[in-house]
Each structure stands twice: as C-alpha cells, then as structure tokens.
Design a binder for this molecule. Structure first.
Ligand code: BG6
Length: 482
C-alpha cells in the first residue's frame, strides 16, 4: 500500500540531550527516516545541544553511526544520509549556566517553526525553559517536548507543570507517552469510532470484562538505577496502561481534536475508583533457568520494587459500572505480548441447551507483536451428532491486510505531530496529574505496609496470585504468548 507523505513546514528542532541514549536510538534515526520519506525537507534544521565538547562535524559522525545502528534502513545509497547530515548542527550548552545560549540564539532562525526537545533529566526542565525565554529563543509559537517520567508522584508532576507553565502556555507543551504514537494504539480509536459494529455493544450491559496486558520478555537491562526507584506501577501503569485504558473506555469525543480527545480521557481517569488491596498483585522476578533475577540485575539484594503488577480496576460511570478492567504488566515474562481483550457477556439464554456449553465473543486487539485483531465467533461444530458449538476466531493480521507497508515508529509520528502543532496524541498536564492522583495512594499503601512483591520465575506468566485475581471472579487471563 502506498501512503502519500505530505512534507511538514520547515522547522528548527533543538534536541537538548542530543548525544543521549534516546536521541541516539530513537529521535535521530526517526528523523532520518522521515527525511528519507520526504516528510522533512532539507530547509529544516536539527540542532543537537549537549554539555560535551563536540564540533558540528563530530556530531554528524555521531548521528551517522546512530543511523547505521538504529534506523533499520539499508544504506546502500549514502546520498540521502549525506543530505540528512547537512541539516544537522551542534551547540555545546550549559543547561545550568550561560555557556552556549548566545550561540544557540544566533543559530535560531526567525519565522520558522521552533521546537525544543527536552531529552534530559526532569530536574533540568525549569533551567532550560527559563533560559529559552531569557535568551529570546522561544516565543509564543515555540513548542516544548518533554519525556516521561513526568514526575515521580503527584507533587513532583505538579511542580514540573508549574515550572513549565511559568514560561510556556499549555498549548506549547508536548508531553510524550510513546504508546500514543504507536499505530496500533491509535487504531483503538479507529476501531471504536470508525465502525458501527462495536460501539453499541461497548458498555457494561454487553461487556463482561476487559483485559489489558503489556507483557515484556526484557528485564531491566542497563536501567536498574532508574527502574529500582520507579517500579512497574510508575514505569508502565501510570502512563502507558492508563492511556490504553482511557482509549478503550472513553466516550466518543465530538471531534478528533486535541482537547476534545483529552477531555474524554481525563474523565475516564477521574472516574477510576480507588483500588481495593485485594485487587492488586505485585511481583518481582527471580532467577530461573539461567536467567538472572531482578535483585541481581539491579544490584540491590533487598529491593522491594515490583517488576510486575496486576490490578482489578473499576470505573464509576454510567457506561462501565459493573464491568471490571483487569490490567497487568511485567518484565521477564514468558513472551512479549501487548493486547487488549474485550470479553463480551454470554447470550441471555441458550436455545441449544446446557450441552452446548458456554461461549463468548472475545475481541482481541493485538498491539504488538503480530499486530492485528481477532474476534471469536461461536459457530456450529461441523458434522452429525446434534448441535455442538465451537468458538472460531475471525483473525486479521495488519501486516497481511495492509500489504506489509512500513509503519513509522511511535517517535517519528509524534515528532512530526509536534512540528504540525497537533497535540492530540500528547498528554495534557491535568491528565498526567489525575493519573498520579490515582496511582499515589496505591504506592503509598505499599510503602506503609512494607509490602514485599511476590516472587515469580523469570520466563513465567507472573506470580500465581495474579491468576487468583481472576479465578476468584470466575474468570481467567488469556495466555501470554506472542
Ligand atoms: C518505557 C518503559 O516507557 O516503555 C520501559 O520505561 C518499557 O520499561 C518500555 O520497556 C516499553 O515500550 P515498548 O515500546 O517496547 O512497548
């Protein structure tokens, strides 16, 4: 399938933390792919800004290597890479001092879209924002891009929002949750609001429960320092799973426009009930079959940080009262599988009698890998011998249905949205705060009770207690399999 690419207007993008890991792995290779696709034209500029001493040529060499390593493009023809490298520049900058700011101001062009990507520790957000104003680099049309973690709890998120609000209007702030940039996550809205089929059934009257799973096979890798202070609740639930929940549960916005969508997501978060203790399971992976355990991986033998969480969540609103949402996420699980399963209720009466058994329609939206959708439909088991029923999946793989077209990575999509000035797929400040307001009491409760996560084997499906969370309700998780 050929997708028409419309070039964005020329822009200046300054990447603070321009030599950091995120810039190297995601931001710069992503920009390169957009350039190759013709979405970024050669009159745009990308300026890396960082503390280290580096010439513009050194920076181009650094980016060239990042492209080779992470862009996933075959560079048989170096000409597009060379063209892309020409739009790059570098400024050595002191985020906490005066050095480099005049230089950056000199490089900044008038009447061009300007965006500033804060790919740095949140403690520097205020420093950068104030200097952008002081040195005349940012104006009313400039855009600020900030990364997760946006705060560690409600208080720190409020502080970050306040510091940004001192210098910039909310309409200029783009808070990234990269899940919103994933094509399959955006597709949740297309499926719900682009089809007549699902929406009439999308409520507590017809839906028995919803499962949201984000299972990873990776462990904490080299991020132990950060992760051990964070844990799965802060790292995944407060942001990514919460966003998935919002998109699945929200009311239809009147338009696909930033505040219309974000207003509806905010209402979902505010409708969440506090979670009952019996409805939360925390886990931590332990060594199994040669795989290292969590505590060894983070180098903290007494760590009580969770690498797995499962929760039963309730929404007190008209649409969802009585339909539980089960959420789970974890590291070092048996397979990588992110999916949402909408499990519909039994038919009100079985005309086939008890022998036909219980059958349910289940809509599974696979976010990654094997992106696609499956709808379990009940049919007659073929053959003689009476009316026996069978559930058969209507299975759609996006790769097959869409002819294997290359889908832009989440960051590419989101950065282009920043340049286009479209905030729909970015979190608003009040949304982030509401998510923390719901998450904080859960974490505070763990701390107050000195809660110790349940061990689970690396490579398993998580702690047994998470199975019990559903068994108690007469339900079961779908198997974690990729
Ligand atoms: C990040 C978390 O935000 O998302 C990581 O910090 C996690 O711990 C990652 O592994 C998952 O993202 P993806 O795109 O691989 O599903």
């Amino acid at each position: 399938m050929v997708t028409r690419v419309i070039p964005v207007d020329p822009f200046d993008l300054v990447v603070f933390g321009g030599t950091g890991d995120l810039a190297r792995r995601k931001i710069l290779p992503g920009l390169y792919r957009r350039f190759c696709d013709g979405q970024i034209t050669s009159d745009s500029r990308v300026i890396g800004a960082a503390r280290g001493e580096m010439s513009a040529d050194d920076y181009r060499a650094f980016v060239s290597q990042a492209i080779d390593e992470f862009s996933g493009t075959s560079n048989e023809d170096d000409s597009s890479k060379n063209e892309f490298l020409k739009i790059l520049d570098f400024v050595r900058i002191d985020a906490m001092g005066e050095d480099g700011w005049e230089d950056l101001a000199d490089k900044s062009r008038e009447n061009t879209i300007r965006a500033f990507y804060f790919s740095v520790a949140p403690s520097l957000f205020g420093e950068l924002a104030s200097r952008l104003k002081r040195f005349g680099l940012a104006d009313k049309t400039s855009r600020i891009v900030v990364e997760k973690p946006f705060g560690h709890d409600l208080k720190t998120a409020q502080d970050l929002n306040a510091v940004l609000a001192k210098y910039f209007d909310e309409s200029q702030v783009y808070r990234i949750d990269h899940y919103l940039g994933k094509e399959t996550v955006q597709n949740l809205m297309a499926v719900r609001f682009g089809n007549m089929l699902f929406e009439p059934l999308w409520n507590a009257q017809y839906v028995d429960h919803i499962q949201i799973t984000v299972a990873e096979t990776v462990g904490v890798e080299g991020r132990g320092n950060y992760y051990d202070k964070s844990g799965a609740m802060r790292d995944m639930v407060q942001n990514h799973l919460m966003q998935l929940l919002c998109l699945i549960a929200m009311e239809p916005p009147a338009k696909f426009e930033p505040d219309a969508v974000r207003d509806e997501k905010l209402k979902v978060i505010r409708a969440l009930d506090p979670v009952d203790w019996h409805h939360i399971v925390r886990g931590q992976y332990v060594e199994h079959a040669g795989a290292r355990g969590y505590r060894e991986a983070v180098g903290n033998p007494s760590s009580k940080t969770e690498s797995f969480v499962a929760l039963k969540v309730a929404l007190s609103n008209w649409r969802w009262a009585g339909t539980p949402f089960y959420l789970r996420t974890g590291k070092k699980l048996r397979a990588q599988a992110s999916e949402i399963a909408v499990v519909f209720k039994d038919t009100p009466h079985s005309i086939f009698g008890p022998e036909a058994g219980n059958h349910r329609n289940v809509l599974v939206i696979r976010l990654q890998p094997n992106e696609g959708m499956t709808l379990d439909v009940t049919i007659k088991e073929p053959g003689p011998g009476g009316m026996r029923l069978l559930d058969v999946p209507l299975d759609m793989s996006f790769a097959e249905a869409l002819g294997g077209s290359v889908v832009p990575d989440a960051y590419e999509r989101l950065i282009m949205d920043v340049i286009r000035g479209n905030q729909t797929l970015f979190m608003r400040g009040d949304e982030v705060e509401a998510a923390w307001a719901w998450t904080d009491p859960i974490i505070e409760g763990w701390n107050a009770r000195h809660d110790v996560p349940k061990p689970y084997d690396a490579g398993s499906s998580g702690p047994d207690d998470s199975l019990m969370l559903m068994h108690r309700d007469g339900r079961r998780w779908r198997d974690i399999q990729s």
